[in-house]
Design a binder for this molecule. Structure first.
Ligand code: NAD
Ligand code: FES
Length: 282
């Protein structure tokens, strides 16, 4: 049993949970994830390790309660525990000094982006982070990101905080500005967001890394559940990813596979047309 040390609500339906898992806390690298199971025979839920404290032996998980399995997980409070926490899984992010990088987090995807942004800042990159949510209460980790990012830009769809519109609005402005144009972009969020950003950066060829979260079952490359097509080849996000070159990902296929499993609320239709500033103003 892996003891839950703390459980706090950071946004509607989104919990930050600290779990005692000393071996994983010591071994994990940015970009890696765990698969958790509340009890024997329970749903297997892949979750990115948002943070870790090797000295305390804890890992931090951010969970959006969208189904029965995730809802059950968010109901666990100290000193109860999680039956299985398997990991660290997946390929770590390749962290190197590139110069100027822009990290883009959509909604709860910001939790996955968080360790990448920090690792990129730690090696000396100039990190601009753009985070977006439907409204103010859905914007997470703004203050935490501000501690190490050079700039944090917030967008909300209803204009209740920061720039009104999607994350692609300020990203477009940065790409167009020769002085600010990034050497690489990391995007984590809903599939339509990552697809849109990939189309936005394709003309300029800016290296665009996306973190995919297809349905995962075993997390070992055996079941095929997390199949994605990258550069015409089949890859398994759990062992080959979760990060891939966005310009090579077949987002249409990914979107169809995602929609086969989830309800309307969390699966917006893929729209690879980025929202721009002029559309936002209209
Ligand atoms: P959401 O639908 O509220 O979107 C959050 C923000 O993403 C929006 O405010 C907007 O700025 C941006 N966005 C969304 N669609 C866009 C588009 N078409 N073009 C440009 N920007 C767009 O997000 P949410 O409800 O917090 O997140 C739920 C989704 O995030 C689920 O589909 C889930 O699978 C996905 N998710 C992905 C990852 C990952 O690792 N890629 C991790 C966690 C969650
Ligand atoms: Fe089964 Fe990736 S989760 S192959």
């Amino acid at each position: 049993m892996y003891e839950v040390v703390s459980n706090e609500i950071i946004a509607p339906n989104i919990h930050r949970i600290e779990v005692s898992a000393p071996r994983i806390a010591a071994a994990r690298l940015p970009g890696q994830f765990v698969i958790v199971r509340c009890d024997e025979g329970g749903e297997r839920i892949p979750l990115t390790i948002a943070d870790a404290d090797p000295a305390a032996g804890t890992i931090t998980l951010m969970i959006q309660a969208i189904g029965e399995g995730t809802a059950e997980l968010t109901r666990i409070t100290p000193p109860d525990g999680i039956r299985d926490v398997a990991g660290p899984l997946g390929m770590p992010t390749e962290i190197e000094k590139l110069g100027k990088v822009v990290c883009v987090g959509g909604g709860v995807g910001t939790a996955v982006l968080f360790p990448l942004a920090r690792a990129l800042a730690d090696v000396g990159n100039h990190v601009t982070t753009i985070i977006g949510g439907r409204s103010e209460e859905f914007v997470i980790l703004r203050d935490e990101l501000a501690e190490f990012c050079d700039e944090v830009i917030v967008t909300t769809e209803d204009g209740s905080l920061g720039t009104k519109g999607f994350v692609t609005v300020p990203l477009g402005e940065i790409i167009e500005d020769a002085d600010r144009r990034p050497d690489a972009i990391y995007a984590v969020g809903p599939v339509p967001m990552m697809a849109a950003i990939t189309e936005q950066t394709r003309p300029s060829g800016i290296h665009t890394i996306v973190s995919l979260n297809p349905i995962m079952v075993d997390g070992t490359g055996m079941c095929g559940g997390c199949r994605v097509t990258v550069d015409g080849e089949i890859k398994f996000a759990c062992v080959d990813g979760p990060e891939f070159d966005g310009h090579l990902v077949d987002f249409n296929e990914l979107s169809v596979r995602q929609q086969a499993y989830c309800g309307d609320r969390h699966c917006r239709t893929t729209n690879a047309t980025p929202q721009t500033n002029s559309e936002n103003d209209a």
